[in-house]
Design a binder for this molecule. Structure first.
Ligand SMILES: Cc1cc2nc3c(=O)[nH]c(=O)nc-3n(C[C@H](O)[C@H](O)[C@H](O)COP(=O)(O)OP(=O)(O)OC[C@H]3O[C@@H](n4cnc5c(N)ncnc54)[C@H](O)[C@@H]3O)c2cc1C
Length: 149
């Protein structure tokens, strides 16, 4: 059956996360301790994929595993490890985005001001982000588990 073409209004009403939900690959480089993360992934998927590859690497981010990378990273992202390692925004080293003219940019071609704005300036405002390159953090193999009652 042929796929139905969506109207512009339908696309707009669904929001960026729906438009990027099939872009969810997470590519981890344990050598240089970085990862490219596509915007449709959730932060829970990010933590899981990193832990699968290496038990002493992690990523600073929030506590809700179902948060989308798109909104979470664009908003700055604060988590349990932020006092030591900073926010998500502090640990983003590159990104790919589509601007209003449909052009794809990376950190170099978008420029440092634009790159600064997408890391904490809020989703939607500065283009559709496709993927982020982030720094992974060294953590001890043993972690502390606690309950808040
Ligand atoms: C239960 C819960 C716990 C949370 N815990 C934390 C926490 O510990 N730390 C913390 O910092 N925050 C936390 N948050 C906040 C969370 O990070 C934000 O709500 C974030 O915006 C969620 O992103 P999303 O992509 O899931 O949401 P969405 O609603 O899909 O997106 C949020 C905004 O970003 C835009 N956006 C999404 N994807 C893209 C894209 N690819 N390109 C451009 N714009 C885009 C959307 O248009 C929208 O304006 C929590 C939220 C919840 C509900």
């Amino acid at each position: 059956m042929p796929r139905r073409i969506m109207s512009l209004k339908e696309v707009r009403d669904q929001g960026p996360r729906h438009r990027v939900r099939n872009l969810r690959s997470i590519s981890i480089n344990t050598e240089d301790k970085t990862a490219w993360i596509q915007d449709g992934a959730t932060i829970g998927e990010v933590y899981y994929r990193i832990a699968e590859k290496n038990k002493t690497l992690a990523f600073v981010g929030g506590v809700c595993p179902t948060d989308g990378v798109g909104g979470h990273f664009s908003g700055g992202g604060y988590g349990m490890m932020s006092r030591q390692f900073g926010t998500v925004a502090d640990n983003i080293i590159d990104a790919k985005l589509i601007n209003a003219n449909g052009r794809i940019h990376d950190r170099e071609s978008m420029g440092e001001d634009h790159f600064w704005a997408i890391r904490g300036g809020g989703g939607t405002s500065f283009g559709i982000i496709i993927s982020w390159k982030v720094k992974l953090l060294d953590i001890p193999e043993k972690v502390t588990v606690f309950n808040v009652t």
